[in-house]
Design a protein around this ligand. Structure first.
Ligand code: PMT
Length: 402
């Protein structure tokens, strides 16, 4: 029950750019996430920051040369290249990319990249004129043709004082690319429709009924499914979160709009995951003008919204697809309620989450979930990050799809 990163072996190649100091932070973050990071530095990189820094951050020996005195009998470049799950080069200079693109093997890192069978991710960082030069661009194209992942640098103020493209990407971007490179591609060729966030049910131009859903759980699922190769359609209520890259987003406001969007898209989906907190009721009337404050009691008449998931469950009685995954947000009798909803809505899996605890349910970054599948098999999970919960749910989805 750990993140995709835990236990993975990453070979981290560092070349001579001022952005080396940022790589130190990346090594720290990866090591914190229980990745076995082996750092290989070029001679130029070691002039910017001592290898000692990376040895301390990774907790492992740092390699710098082909012919280190204590290398013994072992062929370092072959053994390091063969052992890793992923190789990343960050920061990657114009010189290092020219070497990789042309198959040079004149130092430990370039030799190692040539010998590496694992996926290679290259994170360039340099002056923007150097980056935009036709020679560098031709090298990048060639590396892409070899199957390397190239992560375009960011725009901004550069260390040399210039403004333009060439800054090493932020850690959050790098992390996402690393996760995608390591994620199993077990949802490739599948379409997953996910709902997320709250719905807003207006009763006048200024006010609505809603709930505390932030969208974190649904967006986490969308991101995780995308990493695992799925085409993702995300039907989202109002949320402050940026949609994950590559996801097809359909923004809606209220339950009836969510109903219409789901009905429009579910037929192309292999899996539907309803993580949205859909308002069960809406005001019977939406006033055109703001309701004025008065001293008297104000009655608000509510009418039921369509139960989207129940409707999909009824339609599914005749068809085997899509796989239907519901959520149950519960404050008491969690398992009984989950079982009841699984049956009533004809689901393949229900994810029950507690909404009373401090670190679980609405708006939290973590969640405590239990899964019940269509055979009533129950799996109770401990408190986990929503990112890890998403992968645990998708592991189950992959099994059910089989
Ligand atoms: O967004 P976050 O802040 O990260 O919070 C996550 C969450 C707590 C919202 C999420 O994990 C969650 O539990 N979502 C479902 C909330 C909910 O509406 O639960 P429910 O037990 O009322 O509904 C059961 C299922 O039917 C849900 O899958 C729901 O999406 C669906 N439903 C409910 C009502 C309705 N009218 N139509 C529906 O399709």
């Amino acid at each position: 029950m750990k993140s995709i990163l835990a236990g993975k072996k990453i070979l981290f190649g560092i070349t001579g750019s001022i952005a080396v100091y940022k790589a130190a932070e990346w090594v720290r973050e990866l090591t914190k996430a229980e990745v076995e990071v082996t750092v290989v530095m070029t001679e130029a990189a070691a002039r910017f920051i001592s290898s000692l820094t990376f040895a301390a951050l990774s907790g492992r020996r740092v390699y710098t040369g082909m012919f280190e005195a204590d290398a013994g009998e072992e062929m370092t470049h072959i053994s390091l290249a063969g052992e890793c799950d992923l190789c990343i080069i960050a920061p990657a200079t114009a010189q290092s990319m020219a070497k990789f693109a042309n198959g040079f093997a004149d130092d430990l890192l370039s030799t190692l990249v040539l010998a590496c069978k694992a996926k290679v991710l290259v994170f360039p960082a340099m002056n923007s004129n150097m980056y935009c030069h036709a020679a560098t661009q031709a090298n990048l194209t060639r590396l892409q043709e070899y199957g390397y992942g190239i992560i375009e640098p960011e725009q901004g103020k550069l260390a040399c004082g210039d403004e333009g493209i060439g800054r090493l990407v932020a850690w959050e971007t790098a992390r996402e690319k690393i996760l995608s490179a390591l994620a199993p591609q077990d949802l490739a060729d599948r379409t997953v429709l996910i709902t997320a966030g709250p719905t807003w049910e207006s009763f006048d131009p200024a006010r609505h009924l809603s709930n505390r859903s932030s969208g974190k759980m649904g967006y986490g699922l969308a991101r995780a499914a995308g990493r695992r190769g799925a085409r993702v359609i995300l039907v989202s209520g109002p949320s402050a979160i940026d949609p994950p890259p590559g996801v097809e987003i359909v923004n809606i406001i209220n339950a009836r709009e969510m109903h219409d969007a789901v009905m429009e898209h579910y037929k192309s989906a292999d899996v539907v995951v309803m993580a949205a907190a859909v308002s069960d009721y809406r005001p019977a009337k939406t006033m055109q003008q703001k309701i004025k404050k008065g001293g008297k009691l104000l009655d608000l008449e509510l009418v039921p919204n369509p139960d989207i998931l129940k409707k999909l469950g009824q339609k599914k009685k005749k068809a085997k697809r899509p796989l239907l995954i519901g959520f149950a947000a519960e404050s008491s009798h969690h398992i009984e309620e989950g079982r009841r909803k699984l049956k009533e809505k004809n689901l393949d899996l229900i994810v029950i989450n507690d909404i009373i605890g401090k670190d679980t349910g609405f708006a939290a970054d973590t969640n405590q979930i239990s899964l019940i599948d269509r055979d009533y098999g129950l799996e109770k999970l401990p408190l986990l990050s929503k990112e890890v919960c998403a992968d645990m749910i998708l592991d189950k989805v992959v099994k059910l799809l089989q």
